[in-house]
Design a binder for this molecule. Structure first.
Ligand SMILES: [Zn+2]
Length: 102
């Protein structure tokens, strides 16, 4: 019986789902790198375009509004993951606040 290439690959890697460009997985060491900007309050990662961004307080407020959560004053040990960001899309989508795993 002939198997398609996708099903052969799925046997090796499990179910394969593809987004437009991603999804990409976050690289933790990039989140743990000290911020370069002196106004940076948090780091975002976009699973669609694989982009890491340092954001300031103003951007953090925008993202907390999109995520419909109350603003977190302390972002230490946390980062923001988006399905789409301002780089690959006009507005961020799928905004999630996440803990950086130890
Ligand atoms: Zn993006």
């Amino acid at each position: 019986m002939q198997q398609s290439k996708v099903s052969v690959a799925e046997n090796f890697f499990g179910k394969i789902t593809k987004g437009q460009n991603g999804p990409h997985k976050v690289v933790l060491s990039k989140l743990l790198t000290p911020f370069e900007g002196d106004k940076t309050v948090a780091c975002t990662f976009c699973t669609n375009c694989n982009n890491y961004m340092e954001i300031n307080n103003h951007s953090l407020e925008i993202l907390t509004n999109i995520a419909s959560i109350s603003k977190s004053s302390d972002m230490r040990g946390r980062y923001i993951e988006t399905k789409k960001c301002g780089v690959c899309n006009s507005t961020p989508e799928g905004v999630k606040f996440k803990n950086i795993p130890n």
